[in-house]
Design a protein around this ligand. Sequence first.
Ligand SMILES: [Mn+2]
Length: 424
Amino acid sequence: MQIEKYKLEEHNHSLQKEHQRKFDFIAADIKDVNGLLQKLIDFQVAIPSWALGTGGTRFGRFPGGGEPRNLEEKIEDIGLLHALNRSSGAISLHIPWDIPENASHIKALAAQNGLKFDAMNSNTFQDQPDQELSYKYGSMQHVDKAVRKQAVDHNIEVVKYGLELGSESLTVWLSDGSCFPGQLNFRKAFQNTLESLQEVYAALPDHWKMFVEYKAFEPNFYSTTVGDWGQSLLYTSKLGKKAYTLVDLGHHLPNANIEQIVALLLMEGKLGGFHFNDSKYGDDDLTVGSIKPYQLFLIFNELVEGMDAKDMNHATDLGWMIDASHNVKDPLEDLLQSVEAIMITYAQALLVDRKRLAEAQNNNDVVTAQEILQQAFRTDVRALVAEARLRSGGVLNPLSVYRSEKVRESLIKQRGSKTVATGL
Ligand SMILES: [Mn+2]
């Protein structure tokens, strides 16, 4: 569904005065406020196709109704988010859930909604109904060469679909690993996986990137064949310059210093992309910024510092995506909250006084260094993010428009209350 433009304008008009007061207050303290706003306007976060329906756990799933029934409806849902916040201008597809039957039609629909195609995602972590060989004991690591070949062929097919749509990257996340000691020869599993990845890499177009995502545990609980950033970096270094490590915030062991991982991967030119979510315990897939906002800020602080050190374009040189599961909230509301949290944190990281921080570091002035970071983190930047949205044609308060326009109710009316989106 689309919300008529005049309604968005009416909403903005009703909040304009209060917004202006808050914006003027914070803008007065910022040296190049227009430059900062432009960075916020340019920054786009891809929405994965599998996050538009209600997620679930192995104990159950409680759908909220009105979920997209096909790829077209998924694109429409993201188009709606993007119309409200102007920061969700890309979609990330998962194959085989989102095989485009008519690529030019899908491409045109995405363009109408102002969306680009972000990374393509392959799936060798579950068996499909018509699949010949099983991935029960792994895919690219498998002891049987025929299973590995099936996984390689699938990834190459995903690249082919991506090419038709104008995507330029492939994300490979493998659930490969083992559940019990003795199950796997670690070295052979690594070598098989590397060889499989090399075959996919060889088929990758020159202008494409390959992202190798790591995860510490789950669904395998004893070992994971791409278990941490070291292992991913080992694969991507051996693969070549089109291969990069992808960091998913939920894929670390508890208390991992993710900001340090990010800093070093950036230094090595091997950080390719990011999956945002939040967690209390493990791969909880909760709303971005809902549990550990300061950690997210410290990560963004390293991202901004590291990208600036290499003169990288914040908006385009890394892949930014949300990867979460919405189990109890309306998925679209949850995504609006997540994008907002990302934009707020990015804006805070842009406010860090880098020159003074470097001075404090050189002087071993630990207190000042902490003060500088916390000064930025404790700044209420919501009016900056709202102003960026306003200037790019969005609304001051996306969530409030979503609710007042009764979007979910309309979607349920249109699609029914029992629809199930393909995906997780
Ligand atoms: Mn992920």
